[in-house]
Design a protein around this ligand. Structure first.
Ligand SMILES: [Zn+2]
Length: 182
């Protein structure tokens, strides 16, 4: 049974974060964490490892999104798969981001150039505070997994993940390159 089999449609984003992190640090590791993950992960593991765990949890969350919400996102339509690759990835990313926007917690904006996708993160799901911005890293992992899934298992590189203070005035930015790594 894969971890995704344990997920239901009604799971929250925090459920997804918890399950993804648990896959990597185990039940014992989870039991040793006293406060909610956005605070306890950096306290216990340090910033880079906490963000890496959140990234991996985001990647693990993509199959849940696909399984439970594909018809809303439109990714089960044959028309989607018939699009040329670059258009398919952009369209899929826009509809996925629009779906996230419709969920409680996320406030995002997606923009693109011929070379990059730019994702602005203005609000993230609870719990807060999130001093290490684990939600931004979770989202980065989720988007990278989507790109790999829709792009034939190619890896689209993270160019930048710049976290600002969590305020509407200065959003965090996640940048992916549109040319896959070899
Ligand atoms: Zn951030």
């Amino acid at each position: 049974m894969s971890p995704n089999d344990r997920l239901s449609r009604s799971d929250t984003w925090y459920d997804l974060l918890q399950l993804g992190v648990k896959m990597m640090i185990g039940a014992e590791g989870m039991a040793a964490l006293a406060s909610p993950l956005p605070e306890s992960l950096p306290q216990r593991y340090g910033l880079p490892t906490a963000q890496g765990l959140a990234w991996r949890a985001g990647r693990a969350a993509w199959p849940w999104l696909y399984r439970h919400h594909q018809s809303i996102i439109g990714l089960d339509q044959i028309d989607f798969w018939l699009l040329p690759l670059r258009r398919r990835l952009s369209q899929g990313l826009h509809t996925t981001v629009a779906f996230l926007q419709s969920c409680q917690g996320w406030a995002l904006a997606l923009d693109e150039t011929s070379a990059e996708w730019h994702l602005e993160v203005r609000r993230v799901p609870p719990p807060h505070p999130d001093p290490a911005h684990v939600w931004c890293w979770f989202l980065g992992g989720l988007v990278q997994e989507f790109l790999a899934w829709a792009g034939g298992a190619r890896v689209y590189p993270l160019r930048a993940l710049t976290c600002a203070a969590a305020s509407e005035a200065s959003p965090c930015r996640i940048v992916f390159g549109r040319t896959p790594l070899d």
